[in-house]
Design a protein around this ligand. Structure first.
Ligand SMILES: [Mn+2]
Length: 607
């Protein structure tokens, strides 16, 4: 009897200790995970407006490539920050993918910006496949496209493109295009200098993409314009689709482009070009706009006149566009040849998009934007590479197009660029005879019928038509208000001087519950605003500069802050964390530094 009691007592002890071990284990493992964004109210949080709620990026990697590259990167550092932590299938974590953990990360990022003008660190971490948010109008989902559509040859020219961005372009096409509509993908290497775009790329294509991808290597740099013509000459599909080398196509992108071409082979179509941020690589919806130009012959985006949209289908029906942006369009291949391809006397880049737009409209075709077709494009802030010899190819090309297509309106261009009046533009006789042969209409006809909104300078300027504007800007909702408390120094982040002083520094000071100048607001755009006045801002070009208080600009990037794991306060555009630089110094300076999780980098939002 006694021994039985003892036995049950021992079982009891054993059970209790197992339970406790289990509880403690769960506590230590799970509480660390759930600390992510502890101070950000996650419910209902929509960090990026265009993301539908269902959006969950699936970040997959090609093991061959990524393991190679990330092995050297030291994927985990001593504080347990792992790249994988950043990709837990949660869209809110995406901006954190730029976080810099070590010197190599810093180098990949900095060199990447130099060479490509976008965040290559994030691009590499994303890998070659990812889901993008479906940005189409809901009406697009109800549309039916003919089952018999012409097949497409997708032509992608590249010059010194980032390896991961190029392969994401290719894989997004393969992942989201019905196989029977995709005849081939033609890559045209315009004599790139980057080593990984040679053997390594060939090897990747041979191993992973042996069937539909063709590679053409130019012996010397030809530029985008002749590069596309070379690509087109190798194509055998019915329709040519030109894409930039840093794009990601969206769901059901090709069918809506092919349908109007099938109906009328003289129709040239452009998708809506969605925005992939150069700093965060976040994919977001573009407003509905159309192409125009100014008298300096620069392309510009215009709002769409209501008259173009007043059809039963609203913004899901294709609408006319006076010009195209140039990088992304689709066109019947025979019509491309019939219409005279491109002007081969144009160099490298610039002006060719206006030239082909004028030619399409004036010579009997039409140019449409198809809102149900969406293709994301990384919009860089500058072109990272010049032209050989550094000549102004844009001026040379524009001059050619003005002389061939603009008739008496050429004078409007010279009024803006008088220095070009006497500049040599080469021989245009072939293009003039093409215009003659195709029996094209006058530039005046084009302006009157296709782009009546174009203003002539002077007193007779026409009144503008009402336009469709879907850009409405609301004030971002405040999500939290309170003090920013540094865990190591136990001080609070404040303005060094007056909080209304633009360009002023921030420092840590003794916390004062009654001081309104220590109250920060954190809003859904991830801005940190002090005393409802200025935004905490980080210079993107000089990341060694400390953060400052600047006027809120509302376009993310330099003013986007995230509360991450280990209480870190992470700045999206520089990929670093804020820390108190010298805790013993009474001045309380802060700066941005590589995220190492140290207590000096830990901040708590205290409401
Ligand atoms: Mn581009």
């Amino acid at each position: 009897m006694g021994s039985a009691a003892l036995r049950y007592f021992c079982y009891g002890c054993l059970f209790t200790s197992v339970t406790w071990t289990l509880l403690l284990f769960i506590y230590f493992n799970v509480s660390e995970e759930s600390r992510t964004f502890k101070h950000v109210p996650i419910k209902g949080l929509e960090p990026y407006k265009p993301f539908p709620k269902k959006f969950n990026p699936r970040v997959t990697r090609t093991p061959f490539k990524l393991s190679d590259r990330q092995k050297n990167n030291g994927v985990r550092n001593q504080f347990g920050n792992r790249i994988e932590d950043l990709a837990e299938g949660n869209s809110e974590l995406l901006p954190e993918m730029g976080m810099i953990f070590n010197e190599q990360d810093q180098e990949v990022r900095d060199l990447g910006y130099q060479k490509h003008s976008f965040n290559v660190l994030i691009s590499n971490r994303l890998g070659y496949h990812r889901d993008v948010p479906d940005t189409r109008d809901p009406k697009c989902g109800d549309k039916f496209y003919p089952s018999e559509l012409p097949s497409a040859s997708v032509v992608v020219c590249f010059y010194n493109e980032a390896f991961s961005a190029l392969l994401r372009t290719v894989h997004s096409i393969l992942d989201r295009t019905p196989a029977n509509l995709l005849h081939e993908i033609i890559l045209v290497d315009d004599s790139s200098e980057l080593a990984d775009l040679k053997n390594e790329l060939d090897e990747y294509i041979r191993t992973n993409l042996p069937t539909k991808v063709k590679m053409i290597r130019n012996e010397k740099r030809e530029g985008l314009i002749r590069g596309r013509m070379i690509g087109a000459s190798h194509a055998t599909g019915k329709v040519l689709v030109f894409l930039d080398s840093h794009c990601e196509v969206n769901e059901v992108w090709l069918q809506p482009l092919l349908t109007p071409i099938k109906e009328d082979h003289k129709t040239v179509v452009c998708p809506v070009i969605d925005i992939i941020s150069a700093d965060t690589l976040i994919y977001s919806s573009s407003p509905i706009v159309r192409g125009g130009f100014n008298w300096g012959l620069h392309f510009k985006w215009d709002p769409v006149p209501f008259s173009e949209l007043e059809k039963s289908e609203g913004v899901s029906a294709p609408f006319k566009s006076p010009t195209m942006a140039g990088g992304l369009f689709a066109m019947d291949r025979e019509y491309f040849n019939e219409l005279g391809q491109y002007d081969s006397g144009m160099d490298i880049w610039g002006g060719e998009n206006l030239e082909i737009s004028f030619r399409i409209w004036m010579c009997g075709g039409k140019l449409l934007i198809v809102p149900c077709s969406r293709v994301g494009h990384i919009f860089r802030k500058r072109r990272p590479y010049g032209s050989p010899g550094g000549q102004d190819t844009m001026a040379h090309n524009s001059l050619r197009l003005a002389h061939v297509w603009m008739d008496e309106y050429m004078e409007q261009y010279f009024a803006v660029r008088p220095e070009l009046r006497t500049k040599n533009y080469g021989n245009i006789s072939e293009r003039l005879s093409l215009r003659n042969k195709l029996n094209c209409k006058s530039f005046k006809w084009y302006l009157d019928n296709v782009y009546p909104e174009m203003q002539l300078p002077g007193p007779n300027a026409k009144a503008q038509q009402p336009v469709f504007n879907n850009r409405g800007h609301k004030r971002p909702k405040i999500q939290q208000r309170g003090r920013l408390f540094n865990l190591q120094t136990k001080k609070c982040l404040s303005a060094q001087g007056h909080p209304s002083q633009k360009g002023g520094l921030v420092v840590v000071k003794d916390c004062d519950l009654n001081d309104p100048d220590q109250i920060w607001s954190y809003n859904e755009e991830h801005e940190l605003i002090l005393s409802n006045l200025l935004c905490l801002d980080m210079s993107e070009t000089r990341s060694t500069d400390p953060p400052r208080l600047m006027k809120c600009h509302g376009s993310g990037g330099s003013q986007q802050w995230l509360f991450g794991k280990n209480n870190r306060l992470y700045q999206v555009s520089v990929g670093q964390c804020m820390e108190v630089t010298d805790p013993l110094n009474l001045k309380g300076y802060v700066a941005m530094a590589i995220c190492d999780g140290s207590p000096l980098q830990q901040w708590r939002f205290e409401s």
